[in-house]
Ligand binder design. Sequence first.
Ligand code: NAP
Length: 274
Amino acid sequence: MAHDLATPQMVHEKMMESNGILAGKKGIIFGVANDHSLAWYCAKALNSAGAQLAFTYQAEALERRVKPLAESLGADFVEQCDLSQDTQIENTFAKLKNHWNNLDFVVHAVAFANKQDLEGHFVDTSREGFALALDVSAYTLTAIAKQAYPLMQASGGSIVTLSYYGAEKVIPNYNVMGVAKAALEASVRYLAADLGQHNVRVNAISAGPVRTLAAMGISGFREMLKYVEQRAPLKRNVQAEEVGKTTLYLASDLSSGITGETIHVDCGYSIMGM
Ligand code: NAP
């Protein structure tokens, strides 16, 4: 009788899958722009625990960057989805339902504000700039949650978003994005209250500063890194891998009793008063 011979690579992949705490779980990641994106580090951590992943990218121009990354983790669902467009969100989830039928977790790692609103004074924020930042950086979590939780009915699910300390305290130049992150963290609590009855958990990670495309758009970001390194209890900046590991914890059953929380992954910076 002929046997299918497994290559060492296949055996390794199978072992990883069967040992991973997310083996058999499926999730979608919003917010990979490149291999520096926090979403990418979340994806790598989730994949290493055995999860199957789907990815989206905002604009067509990003397809050539995101597709190879997604494919390197074995993903075969990579779709364009501009989160400022409800129809694109609805289409993405309709396609995902056809593809998988059910969903276990979502990672929302998306934010945007106009460059001129990330420098100078918050008081100068325009109505349009305020609306844009709040729409993309906060409302999109609710828009995604609305589409995601019906796909999580079978065994519940976990939704994780990324926030920043500027939601709680004034950080120079973060300005309207701080207000958007405050709305995002409040949305996490309201969504957690709504979706808990469906066994869907919603949490945020408040990450310390990490050098990414979005972060480099904040005026004075390099100084922020130096400042945190000097004052954080761990005397260093957080690594993107640490944000990935906490996302894995929140997406997995290890955090089954946690919802509506914002967990600081910031080397302790946020506990300091002086
Ligand atoms: P990033 O790599 O630039 O990721 C930001 C992502 O948001 C990009 O993929 C961007 O796509 C996407 N995006 C913006 N507008 C969108 C829209 N309308 N529809 C769909 N996607 C859209 O930067 P990042 O630092 O990893 O940011 C990820 C999340 O982490 C953000 O929420 C950010 O606020 C948060 N965070 C970052 C830090 C940090 O220091 N890096 C700290 C705490 C929290 P495009 O590139 O195509 O615009």
